[in-house]
Design a protein around this ligand. Sequence first.
Ligand SMILES: [Zn+2]
Length: 209
Amino acid sequence: MPVFPDNDGTKWLTDPANLRKDANGKVVRVVVHTTAAGMTLQDQAGSAYNTWTSASERERMGVGMVSAHFCVELDGRVIQFVDTKDIAFGTGWLTGTSVHIEFAGIGPNQLLEPQLQYGSNLIAWIAKAHPDVALDPTGVSEADPGDPTKPGITCHKFIQVVWRAKPENKTAKFTPKDCPGTGVIGQLPDLARRAKLRLALLNTPIAAP
Ligand SMILES: [Zn+2]
């Protein structure tokens, strides 16, 4: 049951339209998103949950409504929606074998300090629970998105850019997302660096007094 023990609350999604039970397989990557709900709203997890579970959204999207495993609020509180052994629908491609994190905020703003701190703690725990996750960004920028299929830390934008560049997808219909925006993309190395430090701490046995 990969449930983040340091969560500040849970808002479990239960409708199969929002998740695929026990299907996440060998998790290899963390996908970073932003909620696009601005830089002031304090309960962005609640707002996202309401959108994801609304009847009108169900009508519009059917099965495959958007979801994520976690939201990291502006003040660093971490809310969990989906067990990481289940698939959450954060992206259209590389949906599975991923853990999707929504950071409260909107591009091109950067993550706030508490989000960097508690977000990197969360990412470290994900790597401990799913040891095939690598704590390095696999891409640099929209122009250099790397290979998001590889184990590591990536973002919604990089997955879209690489998917779009495939010859078979050149004319496919999709909605380009500015997610998580350039400010957060620039912080991926810092998030990775902090997560590695935290993971080292998690893996250090506490010495007997
Ligand atoms: Zn996104």
